[in-house]
Design a protein around this ligand. Structure first.
Ligand SMILES: [Zn+2]
Length: 229
C-alpha cells in the first residue's frame, strides 16, 4: 500500500539505520518538483498529490521519489528505499531519488526553507550508503531537463551537503576509549576543538564518584570507590 510518512531528521537517520535496502546504492539523485512550486506547497497533502499523479497519470506503483522535502523543512519518506525509484530514466536501479518541492527555475534555492533539511537528509543517505560527494547527482545530468532547477548549481549543492556532514560529525556524541578496552559513553561533544564530556558518567566508569556534599563547591572532589577497577 503506497503511502508517505513525515519524519524528523533523527527519525530519518533511524529509519536508514534499521532499513535493509537489498540493492546497491551508488548515487543520490536530486530533483525539484517544478510543479507544484514551493508557493503551491500545502504540507503532506502536496506529497500525496504527487503520489496520486505518479500512480494515476503516470501509471507507476508509488511516488517516483523516495524522499520529498517541503519548503517548511519537513521531510517525507515516500517510495520504500528497498525498491527502485521512478525518477531518472535508465538510472533508477542503484540510486535514491530526493525531491525538493519547489521550482528552482524561478524560485531561489538558497532562500528555500527546506534546503537545510534536504542537505541533512542527503548527508544521512551518504553516510548510510558510504557515498562520496561526487555521488550526489542532479537529474539534469541524465536527462534534457533543468531539474533540479536553473538556479541551483551542483558544486554549490555538494558543498552545502559536505558542510552539513562536517557539522553533524562535530555534534555527534563521541565515545572515549580506555587502555583496558573499556568503552565509556560520556556523551562527549567537540565544540571549537574543545571536548566536553558528562564528567559524572566518565569518573564513575573509571571507578570514582563525585562528592556532592562538601562545603567548598569551588573544588571538585573525587573519591575512589573500593573494589572498583
Ligand atoms: Zn527531476
Amino acid at each position: 500500500m503506497a503511502s508517505e510518512r513525515e519524519v524528523d531528521i533523527e527519525a530519518f537517520r533511524a529509519h536508514l539505520a534499521q532499513t535493509s535496502v537489498g540493492r546497491r546504492i551508488d548515487e543520490v539523485v536530486i530533483h525539484h518538483t517544478w510543479r507544484p512550486t514551493a508557493a503551491e506547497y500545502r504540507g503532506i497533502e502536496t506529497v500525496r498529490g504527487v503520489r496520486r499523479y505518479h500512480m494515476g497519470v503516470r501509471g507507476w506503483s508509488d511516488n517516483g521519489y523516495h524522499v520529498m522535502v517541503g519548503p517548511d523543512g519537513r521531510v517525507f519518506l515516500c517510495r520504500p528505499l528497498a525498491r527502485s525509484g521512478a525518477h531518472v530514466s535508465g538510472r533508477n536501479a542503484h540510486t535514491v531519488g530526493v525531491a525538493m518541492i519547489a521550482n528552482f527555475d524561478s524560485e531561489e534555492p538558497w532562500e528555500y526553507g527546506g534546503m537545510r533539511a534536504c542537505c541533512r537528509a542527503v548527508a544521512a543517505l551518504m553516510e548510510r550508503f558510504d557515498l562520496p560527494p561526487k555521488a550526489i547527482r542532479f537529474h539534469r545530468e541524465f536527462a534534457p531537463k533543468t531539474c533540479p532547477g536553473l538556479k541551483l548549481g551542483l558544486a554549490a549543492f555538494r558543498n552545502a551537503v559536505v558542510e552539513t556532514v562536517a557539522e553533524a560529525s562535530r555534534m555527534r556524541p563521541k565515545i572515549v576509549l580506555l587502555p583496558e578496552n573499556a568503552l565509556i559513553d560520556c556523551r562527549a561533544q567537540v565544540e571549537d576543538g574543545v571536548t566536553r564530556v558528562d564528567l559524572r558518567a566518565l569518573v564513575e566508569a573509571l571507578g570514582y564518584r563525585i562528592h556532592d556534599h562538601l562545603q567548598d563547591q569551588r573544588k571538585l572532589y573525587l573519591e575512589r570507590l573500593t573494589g572498583a577497577m
